[in-house]
Design a protein around this ligand. Structure first.
Ligand SMILES: [Zn+2]
Ligand SMILES: [Zn+2]
Length: 261
């Protein structure tokens, strides 16, 4: 993280959630940000990949459905691992996931205020466009070519397409998890369940230990990270301490100690 990033953490540490949002809208979101372009690119790219790959299916048989079911489970595990580790444990080699997710997304949305206020806030909800571009240009060919020689051309397309479909589902359910509680989408029990599941995850005291799944809670349940019981009291200070501890462990060469003391 740059010295400026560190200064910003110090500058905003005493801000209320509303003050932080106002500050971030002014200083963190580019003036040129256009939510329609952002969403069109992210969702359009993923939907096109899904549709294009599935257009290679000649017969919807049990093999195709088995690959789809496999990806649905694998996607849950992969999201669990990415969310639990690079997004919540700052890495020396690549701190961007932690800085974008824990430092910004978790400061912008808390368990007390998980709801976005306008489409301008989508900047802090959806993945950055270049992550989706990287997924399309690097991950997708990798998924297709690495499985083609094992399961054949058609099923490799199904596998690659379904990973794009899972990413799309992730973006949708995560967006639903930041909707107002009375939104009509949340009349769907699955989406309401995940809304509450994710709200608990946004408690700064729980965020690095519980509720990492987004689409459905399978691996939280299997691996003991599904939070049960009364939510603890927590504050922005807990978030600050988490960031400070992660920066202490992985400062990425920046003068963290002098800035944070
Ligand atoms: Zn979130
Ligand atoms: Zn998180």
């Amino acid at each position: 993280m740059s010295t400026k990033g560190l200064e910003n953490i110090e500058r905003t540490k005493k801000y209320t959630n509303d003050q932080y949002r106002a500050w971030f809208r002014e200083n963190g979101i580019p003036k040129s940000y256009n939510p329609v372009v952002h969403l069109s690119f992210n969702l359009g790219t993923l939907a096109l990949l899904l549709g294009w790959h599935l257009s290679f299916v000649t017969e919807w048989n049990w093999k195709v459905f088995s690959v789809l079911a496999f990806t649905l489970v694998l996607g849950n595990l992969v999201v669990f691992l990415i969310h639990k580790y690079p997004l919540h444990k700052r890495m020396k080699i690549w701190s961007f996931p932690y800085d974008a997710h824990t430092v910004e997304h978790h400061r912008y949305f808390t368990h007390e205020n998980p709801v976005y206020q306008s489409s301008f806030d989508f900047y802090a909800v959806f993945f950055p466009w270049f992550v989706v571009l990287g997924f399309a240009l690097v991950a997708q060919p990798l998924f297709y070519f690495s499985t083609k020689f094992i399961i054949g051309n058609e099923l490799a397309h199904v596998f690659a397409g379904s990973t794009a479909g899972y990413f799309l589902l992730y973006e949708f359910v995560h967006w639903c998890s930041h909707l107002p509680e009375d939104h009509f989408f949340l009349k769907v029990p699955w989406l309401k369940y995940m809304w509450e599941h994710h709200r608990v995850h946004h408690n700064p005291r729980l965020m690095n230990r519980y509720n990492f799944c987004i689409v459905y809670p399978l691996f939280d349940m299997l691996l003991g990270t599904h939070f049960k019981g009364e939510m603890p009291r927590s504050s922005d200070e807990d978030h600050y301490q988490d960031v400070r501890e992660n920066l202490r462990q992985n400062p990425s060469g920046a003068p963290v100690e002098s800035t944070l003391q």
